[in-house]
Write a protein that binds this ligand. Sequence first.
Ligand SMILES: Cc1cc2nc3c(=O)[nH]c(=O)nc-3n(C[C@H](O)[C@H](O)[C@H](O)COP(=O)(O)O)c2cc1C
Length: 245
Amino acid sequence: MDLNNRRTIRKYTEQAISDELLQQLMEQACRASNTGNMQTYSVVVTRDNAQKEALSPAHFNQPMIRQAPVVLTFCADYNRFTKWCVCRQAEPGYENFQSFIGAAIDVVAFAQTFAVAAEAAGLGICYLGTTTYNADKIIETLRLPRLVVPLVTLTVGYPAEMPEQPDRLPLDAIMHQEYYHEATPEDIDSYYAYKESLPEMKQFIAENNKQTLAQVFTDVRYTKNNNEHFSKVLLDVLTKQGFLS
Ligand SMILES: Cc1cc2nc3c(=O)[nH]c(=O)nc-3n(C[C@H](O)[C@H](O)[C@H](O)COP(=O)(O)O)c2cc1C
């Protein structure tokens, strides 16, 4: 598989994903690096239509949830590891933010390794960022216990589309040699010139009645109000699940 050709897939054929293939891809994903080899993550597999239906509102009814043959909810999980400690006369100390962040980093490495393995096997995937927006609802639907927090969802299936590849910023915008180079206004012009020149981005600005593409992000897609609201929801979830007690 050539990573230069990858793209997110949001439409899937009806072809099922076999248990054997899913198992094989999960085994590969488990080879991802992880903190102290504690594997402080879990994944909940959803194939059942009623369960997809139940999850759907938490993902703002994005159609991929109902359409994909498999929905995977990847969770930070210190529940299992804590139980192991308790069963083995060890005092667990993981009810804190540092442990949550460590588990969160491991979950993302696990999920992304799964994504690459799945794409290499001919499947298509889409991440759903709505997982952290509505983590409270997902916790209820999937019956996630204390010290388990859902962080990313992947919808997975055989591709029924081959969309245009989205643009990327030039590497200069991303890579810093030896020291961080803070972008000047001229650098910003050059980094974002290609993205801003794309006809679909110009259409995006017009459809949303905005003057600049950045305003579509700040005023429509990722607003301060929403970010602050969902931050509160997530902090509440971290408290209830035991990471901020
Ligand atoms: C954490 C995360 C959350 C995302 N959430 C969504 C989502 O909720 N809905 C969606 O359609 N795509 C979602 N995506 C996919 C991105 O929109 C996509 O990766 C990006 O536009 C670049 O496109 P590409 O993956 O085809 O290169 C998400 C991706 C990531 C990594």
